[in-house]
Design a protein around this ligand. Structure first.
Ligand code: ACO
Length: 341
Protein backbone atom coordinates (compact mmCIF):
# COMPACT_ATOMS: atom_id res chain seq x y z
CA UNK A 1 0.00 0.00 0.00
CA UNK A 2 1.36 3.40 -0.95
CA UNK A 3 2.11 5.50 2.12
CA UNK A 4 0.34 8.47 0.59
CA UNK A 5 -2.76 6.59 -0.54
CA UNK A 6 -5.66 7.27 1.79
CA UNK A 7 -7.24 4.04 3.04
CA UNK A 8 -10.64 5.69 3.27
CA UNK A 9 -12.00 8.86 1.65
CA UNK A 10 -11.53 11.03 4.73
CA UNK A 11 -8.14 9.60 5.75
CA UNK A 12 -5.24 12.02 5.83
CA UNK A 13 -1.68 10.86 5.20
CA UNK A 14 0.17 10.42 8.48
CA UNK A 15 2.53 13.40 8.91
CA UNK A 16 6.23 12.68 8.48
CA UNK A 17 7.00 13.63 12.08
CA UNK A 18 4.57 11.06 13.43
CA UNK A 19 5.89 8.43 11.07
CA UNK A 20 9.40 8.89 12.40
CA UNK A 21 8.07 8.66 15.95
CA UNK A 22 6.76 5.14 15.15
CA UNK A 23 3.25 5.05 16.56
CA UNK A 24 2.49 2.27 18.96
CA UNK A 25 -0.53 -0.02 18.43
CA UNK A 26 -2.76 0.41 21.45
CA UNK A 27 -5.53 -2.04 22.38
CA UNK A 28 -8.42 0.44 22.51
CA UNK A 29 -11.30 -2.03 22.97
CA UNK A 30 -12.12 -5.72 23.18
CA UNK A 31 -15.21 -7.76 22.33
CA UNK A 32 -16.37 -11.33 22.21
CA UNK A 33 -19.22 -13.54 21.06
CA UNK A 34 -20.15 -17.07 22.08
CA UNK A 35 -22.92 -19.10 20.45
CA UNK A 36 -26.07 -19.33 22.53
CA UNK A 37 -26.01 -23.12 22.83
CA UNK A 38 -23.54 -24.71 25.24
CA UNK A 39 -23.00 -28.48 25.34
CA UNK A 40 -21.74 -30.01 28.58
CA UNK A 41 -19.43 -33.03 28.78
CA UNK A 42 -22.33 -35.07 30.13
CA UNK A 43 -24.49 -34.13 27.15
CA UNK A 44 -21.68 -35.02 24.77
CA UNK A 45 -21.15 -38.37 26.46
CA UNK A 46 -24.65 -39.39 25.34
CA UNK A 47 -23.49 -39.51 21.71
CA UNK A 48 -19.73 -40.02 22.07
CA UNK A 49 -17.95 -42.76 24.07
CA UNK A 50 -16.47 -40.43 26.70
CA UNK A 51 -17.15 -39.08 30.18
CA UNK A 52 -17.12 -35.81 32.10
CA UNK A 53 -14.42 -37.22 34.37
CA UNK A 54 -12.07 -38.16 31.48
CA UNK A 55 -12.45 -34.82 29.70
CA UNK A 56 -12.04 -32.73 32.87
CA UNK A 57 -9.03 -34.66 34.10
CA UNK A 58 -7.13 -34.58 30.80
CA UNK A 59 -8.10 -31.12 29.57
CA UNK A 60 -9.97 -29.05 32.19
CA UNK A 61 -12.87 -28.64 29.75
CA UNK A 62 -16.41 -28.72 31.17
CA UNK A 63 -18.48 -27.49 28.23
CA UNK A 64 -18.21 -25.89 24.81
CA UNK A 65 -20.43 -23.51 22.83
CA UNK A 66 -21.67 -24.84 19.50
CA UNK A 67 -22.83 -22.51 16.72
CA UNK A 68 -26.38 -22.69 15.36
CA UNK A 69 -26.67 -22.50 11.55
CA UNK A 70 -27.10 -18.70 11.62
CA UNK A 71 -24.03 -18.28 13.85
CA UNK A 72 -21.56 -18.33 10.99
CA UNK A 73 -17.93 -17.30 11.16
CA UNK A 74 -18.87 -13.85 9.80
CA UNK A 75 -21.87 -13.46 12.11
CA UNK A 76 -19.87 -14.18 15.24
CA UNK A 77 -16.94 -12.06 14.07
CA UNK A 78 -19.26 -9.13 13.39
CA UNK A 79 -20.86 -9.33 16.86
CA UNK A 80 -17.41 -9.47 18.52
CA UNK A 81 -16.17 -6.57 16.38
CA UNK A 82 -19.23 -4.44 17.21
CA UNK A 83 -18.57 -4.98 20.92
CA UNK A 84 -14.89 -4.14 20.55
CA UNK A 85 -15.73 -0.94 18.65
CA UNK A 86 -18.29 0.04 21.29
CA UNK A 87 -15.73 -0.57 24.05
CA UNK A 88 -13.25 1.63 22.17
CA UNK A 89 -15.91 4.31 21.66
CA UNK A 90 -15.32 4.15 17.91
CA UNK A 91 -17.40 3.89 14.77
CA UNK A 92 -16.91 1.29 12.03
CA UNK A 93 -16.19 4.13 9.58
CA UNK A 94 -12.98 4.86 11.49
CA UNK A 95 -11.54 1.38 10.80
CA UNK A 96 -8.72 1.27 8.22
CA UNK A 97 -8.20 -2.51 8.16
CA UNK A 98 -9.95 -5.71 9.25
CA UNK A 99 -7.72 -8.73 9.82
CA UNK A 100 -9.69 -11.89 10.48
CA UNK A 101 -7.91 -15.01 11.66
CA UNK A 102 -9.80 -18.21 10.99
CA UNK A 103 -9.37 -21.80 9.90
CA UNK A 104 -13.10 -22.08 9.30
CA UNK A 105 -14.07 -19.25 6.93
CA UNK A 106 -17.63 -19.30 5.61
CA UNK A 107 -16.46 -19.43 1.98
CA UNK A 108 -13.19 -19.95 0.11
CA UNK A 109 -13.71 -16.34 -0.97
CA UNK A 110 -14.60 -13.58 -0.48
CA UNK A 111 -12.60 -13.39 2.70
CA UNK A 112 -14.84 -13.57 5.78
CA UNK A 113 -13.20 -10.27 6.82
CA UNK A 114 -14.99 -8.63 3.90
CA UNK A 115 -18.37 -10.07 4.93
CA UNK A 116 -17.65 -8.45 8.30
CA UNK A 117 -16.61 -5.21 6.62
CA UNK A 118 -19.94 -5.09 4.77
CA UNK A 119 -21.97 -5.99 7.86
CA UNK A 120 -20.25 -3.28 9.90
CA UNK A 121 -20.34 -0.67 7.14
CA UNK A 122 -16.58 -0.21 7.48
CA UNK A 123 -14.23 1.20 4.84
CA UNK A 124 -10.53 0.52 4.40
CA UNK A 125 -9.47 -2.99 3.46
CA UNK A 126 -9.57 -6.45 4.96
CA UNK A 127 -8.28 -9.99 4.61
CA UNK A 128 -8.33 -13.35 6.32
CA UNK A 129 -5.26 -15.02 7.65
CA UNK A 130 -4.63 -18.66 8.41
CA UNK A 131 -2.41 -19.74 11.29
CA UNK A 132 -4.85 -22.06 13.10
CA UNK A 133 -4.87 -21.51 16.88
CA UNK A 134 -2.10 -18.88 16.60
CA UNK A 135 -4.12 -16.86 14.09
CA UNK A 136 -5.03 -14.05 16.46
CA UNK A 137 -1.39 -13.53 17.50
CA UNK A 138 -0.41 -13.52 13.81
CA UNK A 139 -3.18 -10.97 13.11
CA UNK A 140 -2.09 -8.80 16.01
CA UNK A 141 1.51 -8.90 14.79
CA UNK A 142 0.51 -7.95 11.23
CA UNK A 143 -1.76 -5.08 12.28
CA UNK A 144 0.80 -3.86 14.81
CA UNK A 145 3.45 -3.71 12.08
CA UNK A 146 1.17 -1.71 9.78
CA UNK A 147 0.33 0.74 12.56
CA UNK A 148 3.95 1.08 13.71
CA UNK A 149 5.00 1.71 10.08
CA UNK A 150 2.42 4.47 9.81
CA UNK A 151 0.45 2.71 7.06
CA UNK A 152 -2.82 2.67 8.98
CA UNK A 153 -4.16 4.16 12.19
CA UNK A 154 -6.90 1.75 13.23
CA UNK A 155 -7.38 -1.99 12.80
CA UNK A 156 -9.88 -4.57 13.89
CA UNK A 157 -8.15 -7.86 14.63
CA UNK A 158 -10.61 -10.72 14.95
CA UNK A 159 -10.41 -14.45 15.61
CA UNK A 160 -13.59 -16.30 14.67
CA UNK A 161 -13.98 -20.06 14.49
CA UNK A 162 -16.70 -22.63 13.81
CA UNK A 163 -14.68 -25.78 14.56
CA UNK A 164 -17.91 -27.72 15.11
CA UNK A 165 -18.08 -27.82 11.28
CA UNK A 166 -14.72 -29.57 10.91
CA UNK A 167 -15.07 -32.02 13.78
CA UNK A 168 -15.30 -35.72 13.21
CA UNK A 169 -18.04 -36.28 15.78
CA UNK A 170 -17.13 -39.98 15.88
CA UNK A 171 -13.55 -39.24 17.00
CA UNK A 172 -13.61 -38.87 20.77
CA UNK A 173 -9.92 -37.94 20.75
CA UNK A 174 -10.69 -34.58 19.10
CA UNK A 175 -14.40 -33.72 19.17
CA UNK A 176 -14.49 -33.16 22.94
CA UNK A 177 -11.73 -30.54 22.78
CA UNK A 178 -13.10 -27.72 20.64
CA UNK A 179 -15.80 -25.05 20.72
CA UNK A 180 -17.06 -22.17 18.58
CA UNK A 181 -16.80 -18.42 19.19
CA UNK A 182 -15.22 -15.11 18.21
CA UNK A 183 -13.09 -12.46 19.87
CA UNK A 184 -11.90 -9.10 18.61
CA UNK A 185 -9.73 -6.14 19.53
CA UNK A 186 -9.53 -2.62 18.14
CA UNK A 187 -5.95 -1.46 17.67
CA UNK A 188 -5.42 2.27 17.43
CA UNK A 189 -2.25 4.25 16.74
CA UNK A 190 -0.98 5.86 19.93
CA UNK A 191 2.13 7.54 21.20
CA UNK A 192 5.16 5.41 22.03
CA UNK A 193 6.97 5.91 25.32
CA UNK A 194 7.93 4.26 28.58
CA UNK A 195 4.90 3.21 30.58
CA UNK A 196 2.46 4.18 27.84
CA UNK A 197 -0.06 1.60 26.62
CA UNK A 198 0.46 -0.44 23.49
CA UNK A 199 1.89 -3.62 22.03
CA UNK A 200 5.51 -3.84 23.17
CA UNK A 201 6.60 -6.90 21.24
CA UNK A 202 5.38 -9.68 18.99
CA UNK A 203 7.17 -12.91 18.12
CA UNK A 204 6.00 -15.35 15.46
CA UNK A 205 7.25 -18.83 14.64
CA UNK A 206 6.27 -21.78 12.50
CA UNK A 207 7.62 -25.19 11.58
CA UNK A 208 5.98 -26.68 8.51
CA UNK A 209 7.71 -30.01 9.07
CA UNK A 210 5.22 -30.63 11.86
CA UNK A 211 2.18 -30.11 9.63
CA UNK A 212 1.03 -33.71 9.92
CA UNK A 213 0.53 -33.78 13.69
CA UNK A 214 -2.48 -31.44 13.47
CA UNK A 215 -4.30 -30.73 10.22
CA UNK A 216 -7.63 -30.73 8.39
CA UNK A 217 -7.96 -33.48 5.79
CA UNK A 218 -10.05 -31.45 3.34
CA UNK A 219 -10.53 -27.91 2.09
CA UNK A 220 -12.89 -24.99 2.47
CA UNK A 221 -15.13 -24.77 -0.55
CA UNK A 222 -14.93 -28.51 -1.32
CA UNK A 223 -18.47 -29.76 -0.90
CA UNK A 224 -17.34 -33.38 -1.35
CA UNK A 225 -14.64 -33.07 1.31
CA UNK A 226 -14.91 -30.11 3.65
CA UNK A 227 -12.49 -31.97 5.89
CA UNK A 228 -12.14 -33.03 9.49
CA UNK A 229 -9.56 -32.09 12.07
CA UNK A 230 -6.98 -34.82 12.58
CA UNK A 231 -4.59 -34.69 15.55
CA UNK A 232 -1.81 -36.60 17.23
CA UNK A 233 -2.69 -35.28 20.70
CA UNK A 234 0.42 -36.50 22.49
CA UNK A 235 2.79 -34.94 19.96
CA UNK A 236 0.89 -31.65 19.96
CA UNK A 237 0.97 -31.60 23.76
CA UNK A 238 4.72 -32.18 23.82
CA UNK A 239 5.49 -29.43 21.31
CA UNK A 240 3.01 -27.02 22.91
CA UNK A 241 4.69 -27.08 26.31
CA UNK A 242 8.20 -26.74 24.83
CA UNK A 243 7.47 -24.09 22.23
CA UNK A 244 5.22 -21.97 24.42
CA UNK A 245 7.77 -22.01 27.24
CA UNK A 246 10.39 -20.83 24.76
CA UNK A 247 8.18 -18.09 23.40
CA UNK A 248 7.34 -16.58 26.79
CA UNK A 249 11.07 -16.55 27.67
CA UNK A 250 11.75 -14.91 24.31
CA UNK A 251 9.19 -12.16 24.97
CA UNK A 252 10.68 -11.43 28.40
CA UNK A 253 14.25 -11.33 27.05
CA UNK A 254 13.32 -9.09 24.11
CA UNK A 255 11.82 -6.55 26.51
CA UNK A 256 14.53 -6.88 29.17
CA UNK A 257 11.89 -7.93 31.68
CA UNK A 258 11.94 -10.28 34.60
CA UNK A 259 8.99 -12.66 34.77
CA UNK A 260 7.80 -10.82 37.89
CA UNK A 261 6.91 -7.84 35.67
CA UNK A 262 4.05 -9.74 34.01
CA UNK A 263 0.66 -8.92 35.53
CA UNK A 264 -1.41 -11.34 33.46
CA UNK A 265 -0.90 -14.34 31.23
CA UNK A 266 -3.64 -14.66 28.61
CA UNK A 267 -2.79 -18.01 27.02
CA UNK A 268 -4.36 -19.92 24.18
CA UNK A 269 -7.06 -22.06 25.77
CA UNK A 270 -6.33 -25.56 24.51
CA UNK A 271 -5.80 -27.54 27.64
CA UNK A 272 -5.62 -26.67 31.34
CA UNK A 273 -2.48 -28.75 31.77
CA UNK A 274 -0.63 -26.76 29.07
CA UNK A 275 -1.87 -23.48 30.55
CA UNK A 276 -0.75 -24.50 34.06
CA UNK A 277 2.69 -25.47 32.77
CA UNK A 278 3.27 -22.06 31.19
CA UNK A 279 1.85 -20.19 34.21
CA UNK A 280 4.25 -22.12 36.42
CA UNK A 281 7.13 -21.29 34.13
CA UNK A 282 6.33 -17.60 34.61
CA UNK A 283 5.94 -18.06 38.35
CA UNK A 284 2.43 -16.65 38.13
CA UNK A 285 -0.21 -17.68 40.67
CA UNK A 286 -3.29 -19.29 39.06
CA UNK A 287 -5.38 -16.18 39.72
CA UNK A 288 -3.07 -14.17 37.39
CA UNK A 289 -3.63 -16.59 34.51
CA UNK A 290 -6.83 -15.95 32.56
CA UNK A 291 -8.45 -19.33 32.03
CA UNK A 292 -11.66 -19.86 30.08
CA UNK A 293 -11.03 -23.38 28.79
CA UNK A 294 -13.46 -24.88 31.33
CA UNK A 295 -16.40 -23.00 29.75
CA UNK A 296 -15.23 -22.28 26.18
CA UNK A 297 -13.05 -25.33 25.37
CA UNK A 298 -10.56 -24.63 22.56
CA UNK A 299 -11.94 -21.96 20.22
CA UNK A 300 -8.69 -21.82 18.23
CA UNK A 301 -7.99 -18.31 16.89
CA UNK A 302 -10.83 -16.91 19.02
CA UNK A 303 -9.51 -18.19 22.33
CA UNK A 304 -6.98 -15.47 23.23
CA UNK A 305 -9.20 -12.47 22.33
CA UNK A 306 -12.20 -14.09 24.05
CA UNK A 307 -10.18 -14.62 27.24
CA UNK A 308 -8.72 -11.11 27.03
CA UNK A 309 -12.18 -9.62 26.58
CA UNK A 310 -13.57 -11.52 29.53
CA UNK A 311 -10.81 -10.37 31.90
CA UNK A 312 -11.01 -6.75 30.69
CA UNK A 313 -14.79 -6.66 31.07
CA UNK A 314 -14.87 -8.18 34.52
CA UNK A 315 -12.25 -5.68 35.69
CA UNK A 316 -9.39 -8.09 36.34
CA UNK A 317 -7.17 -6.59 33.63
CA UNK A 318 -6.82 -2.87 34.23
CA UNK A 319 -5.24 0.02 32.31
CA UNK A 320 -1.47 -0.07 32.79
CA UNK A 321 -1.30 -3.85 33.34
CA UNK A 322 1.31 -5.82 31.44
CA UNK A 323 -0.34 -8.71 29.59
CA UNK A 324 1.46 -11.59 27.90
CA UNK A 325 -0.52 -13.45 25.25
CA UNK A 326 0.66 -16.68 23.61
CA UNK A 327 -0.68 -19.39 21.33
CA UNK A 328 0.32 -22.52 19.45
CA UNK A 329 -1.63 -24.25 16.72
CA UNK A 330 -1.67 -26.38 13.60
CA UNK A 331 1.17 -25.78 11.20
CA UNK A 332 2.79 -25.82 13.65
CA UNK A 333 2.53 -22.11 14.34
CA UNK A 334 3.22 -20.35 17.61
CA UNK A 335 3.99 -16.93 18.99
CA UNK A 336 3.47 -14.29 21.63
CA UNK A 337 2.42 -10.68 22.06
CA UNK A 338 3.24 -8.49 25.04
CA UNK A 339 0.96 -5.50 25.61
CA UNK A 340 0.57 -2.77 28.16
CA UNK A 341 -3.13 -2.11 28.50
N1 ACO B 1 -12.92 -39.96 26.35
C1 ACO B 1 -12.48 -41.10 26.89
N2 ACO B 1 -11.36 -41.71 26.50
C2 ACO B 1 -10.64 -41.13 25.53
C3 ACO B 1 -11.03 -39.93 24.93
C4 ACO B 1 -12.23 -39.34 25.37
N3 ACO B 1 -12.70 -38.18 24.86
N4 ACO B 1 -10.13 -39.59 24.00
C5 ACO B 1 -9.17 -40.54 24.01
N5 ACO B 1 -9.49 -41.46 24.93
C6 ACO B 1 -8.75 -42.67 25.28
C7 ACO B 1 -7.88 -43.21 24.18
O1 ACO B 1 -8.63 -44.01 23.29
C8 ACO B 1 -6.85 -43.97 24.92
O2 ACO B 1 -7.39 -45.23 25.28
P1 ACO B 1 -6.47 -46.54 25.24
O3 ACO B 1 -5.40 -46.29 26.26
O4 ACO B 1 -7.44 -47.61 25.62
O5 ACO B 1 -5.95 -46.64 23.85
C9 ACO B 1 -6.67 -43.18 26.21
O6 ACO B 1 -7.84 -42.37 26.34
C10 ACO B 1 -5.45 -42.30 26.20
O7 ACO B 1 -5.43 -41.56 24.98
P2 ACO B 1 -4.33 -40.50 24.68
O8 ACO B 1 -4.63 -39.83 23.38
O9 ACO B 1 -3.00 -41.11 24.83
O10 ACO B 1 -4.62 -39.51 25.90
P3 ACO B 1 -3.77 -38.29 26.41
O11 ACO B 1 -3.46 -38.46 27.81
O12 ACO B 1 -2.62 -37.96 25.47
O13 ACO B 1 -4.81 -37.10 26.30
C11 ACO B 1 -5.35 -35.24 24.89
C12 ACO B 1 -5.35 -36.76 25.04
C13 ACO B 1 -6.26 -34.62 25.92
C14 ACO B 1 -5.85 -34.90 23.50
C15 ACO B 1 -3.90 -34.72 25.08
O14 ACO B 1 -3.00 -35.42 24.31
C16 ACO B 1 -3.80 -33.26 24.77
O15 ACO B 1 -4.35 -32.42 25.45
N6 ACO B 1 -3.02 -32.91 23.73
C17 ACO B 1 -2.92 -31.55 23.31
C18 ACO B 1 -3.83 -31.42 22.17
C19 ACO B 1 -4.42 -30.06 22.04
O16 ACO B 1 -4.51 -29.29 22.95
N7 ACO B 1 -4.85 -29.81 20.82
C20 ACO B 1 -5.54 -28.62 20.52
C21 ACO B 1 -5.09 -28.07 19.25
S1 ACO B 1 -3.46 -27.50 19.34
C22 ACO B 1 -3.53 -26.36 20.42
O17 ACO B 1 -4.49 -25.66 20.46
C23 ACO B 1 -2.37 -26.25 21.31
Amino acid sequence: MDQQTPTRPDARPIPETQRRAQPRAVIAGTGGYLPEAAVSNDELSRTVDTSDAWIRERTGIGQRHIAAPHETCAFMATRAAERALAAAGMQAAEVDAILLATATPDEAFPATALRVQAALGAGGFGFDLSAACSGFIYGLATAEAMIAAGRIRTALVIGSEVYSRIMNWQDRGTCVLFGDGAGAVVLRAGQAGAGLPGILSVHLHSDGRLGDILYVDGAVGRRDKPGHLVMNGREVFRHAVTRLSETVEEALAANGLDKSAIDWLVPHQANKRIIDAIGKRLGLPAERVVTTVERHANTSAASVPLALDEAVRDGRIKPGDLVLMEALGGGLTWGSALARM
